[in-house]
Ligand binder design. Structure first.
Ligand SMILES: [Zn+2]
Length: 238
């Protein structure tokens, strides 16, 4: 319990027990996933399913802080699992070297109570969003580009899903320019959303999109509404 002393003062033993009993899947172990998984392991989430099909590349290292130069060429899922276990051996970490697809979503994510978006592309985000809505699982979304970032939480039936405000994935635009520290901001927000969802504390960003403009140094919270004609969640009762 000494490990969790500083947060026990906020969450209490009951909240800590909820974290220990939780299973969280983080999809994508790049810049976002590095930080999301690190804070969730540090916080004592009982089981983390960490999913990525990629290998560590030199150009990842300005933001993907789970990896070091000597990891280049090695599979992210397994390196991440080893680092997270070293940080907190009490956490069960399940590495999955896989790319999320409609036909493997159930196998990869079926065990998880909460899904977290650490992805870098909207095509995979839409697969994750559809699975979350179909299974009624909360999904924490974050995305980053340059100095800008956004985060919101989807609780199916209670608020909008990602397809409510973006029905089709936008065309991929090639390499996304990213300042590493901005990834840290939004990924930390995502980890905090998970802690709130698991413990029931605070107000998750359901129906609200937090937009971070680190270039100017400001944030906005934009209200998001459910789209009754949403192709993914339009039929759900709210
Ligand atoms: Zn929707």
């Amino acid at each position: 319990m000494e490990r969790y002393d500083r947060q026990l003062r906020i969450l209490g033993e009951e909240g800590q027990e909820k974290l220990r009993s939780a299973t969280v899947a983080v999809v994508g172990l790049g810049g976002l996933g590095s930080i999301i998984t690190y804070y969730l392991a540090a916080a004592g989430v009982g089981k983390l399913i960490v999913i990525d099909d990629g290998l560590v590349e030199l150009s990842n290292l300005n933001r993907q802080i789970l990896y070091t130069t000597s990891d280049i060429g090695l599979p992210k899922a397994y390196i991440a699992a080893a680092r997270l276990k070293a940080l907190n051996p009490e956490v069960e970490v399940v590495p999955r070297q896989a790319r999320l697809a409609p036909d493997n979503a159930g196998k990869l994510l079926g065990e998880a109570d909460i899904l977290v978006d650490g992805l870098d592309n909207w095509e995979s985000r839409h697969i994750l969003n559809r699975y979350a809505v179909e299974e009624g699982k909360p999904l924490v979304h974050g995305a980053v580009q340059g100095f800008y970032a956004q985060v919101t939480t989807v609780v199916p039936g209670k608020g909008p899903c990602l397809a409510c405000f973006l029905p089709e994935p936008p065309k991929p635009r090639g390499v996304i320019p990213i300042i590493g520290a901005i990834v840290g901001i939004v990924a930390s927000f995502e980890a905090a959303e998970v802690v709130k969802l698991v413990t029931g504390m605070g107000e998750p960003l359901v129906g609200r999109l937090l937009v971070i403009d680190a270039y100017r140094g400001g944030t906005d919270t934009v209200e998001l509404r459910r789209n009754p004609r949403c192709p993914v969640c339009g039929d759900l009762k709210g």
